[in-house]
Design a protein around this ligand. Structure first.
Ligand code: ADP
Ligand code: MG
Ligand code: ZN
Length: 466
């Protein structure tokens, strides 16, 4: 495509990543200016996010803004190809792009092409592997100073072959998430231009009743509302048409599990706020970056993002124990407020158990079991399948002691989480309320999330050098 006809004006609700996108545009426009000091844009940028959040749209908008040609190909197109054709197509694509530089190459649905090799396909799919290898070779072979910007999109980053994400390949990720209320309002406004609506249409209200919907859902919603209005022979589209359309649309989406009932949202809000307040109370923990009750792709109902202050290579016992408290605090908040717990903490508990177990069996941090390393990870190969095996060097008796030690650590962490939240109950209530209203909040918006020194820090450095 020579002109994608899409600009940033067509993409709404992506303010938090706009800076990074603008940088790519400015590189494409002023290649020479960047090259002056030897700088070049990162080779490959991966847009990650659930389906319908506007990844393809964003890629086109970058090309549109920079007014450069847009070469696009979808990973799923390769799946059906004959042996050798896929690899040739990739080579061809990169050759063409080089001649057209500055330009953008966009690989949509990268996961269809870049699935981990050797997993689930014993000796199968040679074709895909050849294509992927060709892509890796092209990635390594091209010089970003030529002015070709490589973008790819995926909604399943976890299945990608790690080779694709290595430095010098797709080593930069931009997260395009489901929009929060403010984002939905902005997206609605983009799409409302296409229909005739009543002047005083309450867009805020529409944004309010559509949590969990993506940009694509909202575009669809606007169209559905126009259909509803047409059916009742109205001269314009009104709020009632939107509410009717939302009900229909949400009924469809609810089955896919991405829209929460309001009582569930309450539980999730307290759960996430529990994690976030615990993290902010423990000085050894990373800063809280963002708390959200917007459902994510991988089946989670909300999330708390922490931002590491420094790279860490050594982790102290204190940090690991505090990490356990943060993980336990989601469930502790639920229990404190609602008097019962939910399945929502299953993932937290799994991670906490792993940490507690490693603390005991790999890092020699349990006073009871002492400094012995009881389990080690070993990598073994079976065909081209990488196997992670645990080697266990202990008796039945020790196994029981390990179980007890792990359980003790988890109980202790849960107790600390609970005490901490009881102490900060007011912040918990206020935070959950704010979260329900705004869906995502940052420490700037809710200062209680900024670091609080409620518990003294004791750093006990343990040499876990790897
Ligand atoms: P993805 O590639 O992430 O699955 P698309 O880019 O294909 O999503 O989005 C599908 C359509 O949904 C777009 O063409 C656009 O009409 C609408 N859409 C999605 N996200 C946005 C957004 N942030 N702003 C405006 N429209 C959007
Ligand atoms: Mg897409
Ligand atoms: Zn949790």
């Amino acid at each position: 495509e020579h002109d994608t006809q899409v600009t940033f004006a067509d993409v709404a609700g992506i303010d938090d990543v706009k800076g990074e996108l603008t940088e790519i545009v400015s590189f494409l426009k002023n290649k020479a200016w960047y090259a002056r000091l030897g700088a070049h844009v990162p080779k490959g940028t991966l847009l990650v996010g659930p389906p319908g959040t506007g990844k393809t749209l964003v890629a086109k908008a970058i090309a549109g803004e920079a007014a450069v040609p847009f070469f696009s190909i979808s990973g799923s197109e390769f799946v059906e190809m004959f042996v050798g054709v896929g690899a040739a197509r990739v080579r061809d694509l990169f050759d063409q792009a080089r001649q057209a530089a500055p330009c953008i190459i966009f690989i949509d649905e990268l996961d269809a092409l870049g699935k981990m090799r050797g997993v689930g396909s014993f000796g199968g799919n040679d074709e895909k592997e050849q294509t992927l290898n060709q892509l890796l070779a092209e990635l390594d072979g091209f010089d970003p100073r030529e002015g070709v910007v490589l973008l790819a999109a995926t909604n399943r980053p976890e299945v990608l072959d790690p080779a694709l994400l290595r430095a010098g390949r797709f080593d930069r990720q931009i997260l395009i998430d489901r929009p929060d209320r403010k984002g939905r309002l902005a997206i609605l406004k983009v799409h409302l231009h296409k229909i005739i609506y009543k002047d005083d249409l309450d867009c805020e209200r529409i944004a309010e009743i559509t949590p969990g919907l993506t940009g694509a859902d909202l575009a669809n919603l606007v169209n559905e509302a126009a259909i509803v209005a047409t059916r009742r022979s109205s001269q314009w589209v009104e709020l009632q048409d939107f509410t009717a359309a939302v009900e229909r649309l949400v009924a469809g989406i609810e089955r896919k599990g991405s829209v929460l009932r309001s009582d569930e949202r309450q539980v999730v809000a307290y759960h996430e706020m529990g994690h976030a307040l615990a993290a902010s109370s423990l000085p050894a923990m990373d800063l809280v970056h963002k708390v959200s009750i917007i459902p994510r792709a991988a089946g989670s109902l909300g999330y708390t993002l922490q931002r590491p202050t420094d790279d860490r290579y050594l982790i102290s016992t204190q940090m690991l124990r505090d990490r356990l408290v943060v993980l336990m605090a989601g469930r502790a908040a639920e229990h404190l407020v609602f008097g019962q717990v939910s399945t929502g903490a299953a993932d937290d508990l799994g991670r906490a158990t792993d940490i507690a177990r490693q603390l005991v069996t790999r890092f020699g941090m349990s006073p009871v079991l002492g400094q012995a390393v009881l389990e080690r990870q070993q990598a073994g190969y079976l065909g081209d399948l990488l196997l992670r095996q645990e080697r266990k060097d202990y008796s039945e008796q020790t196994a029981r002691e390990i179980d007890l030690a792990v359980r003790g650590l988890l109980e202790e962490a849960y107790g600390r989480a609970r005490a901490l939240l009881e102490q900060r109950r007011n912040d918990l209530d206020a935070g959950a309320r704010l979260l329900l209203a705004k869906e995502t909040i940052t420490p700037e918006e809710f200062p209680a999330l900024q670091p609080q020194a409620n518990e003294p820090a004791t750093y006990v450095l343990v040499d876990a050098t790897k």
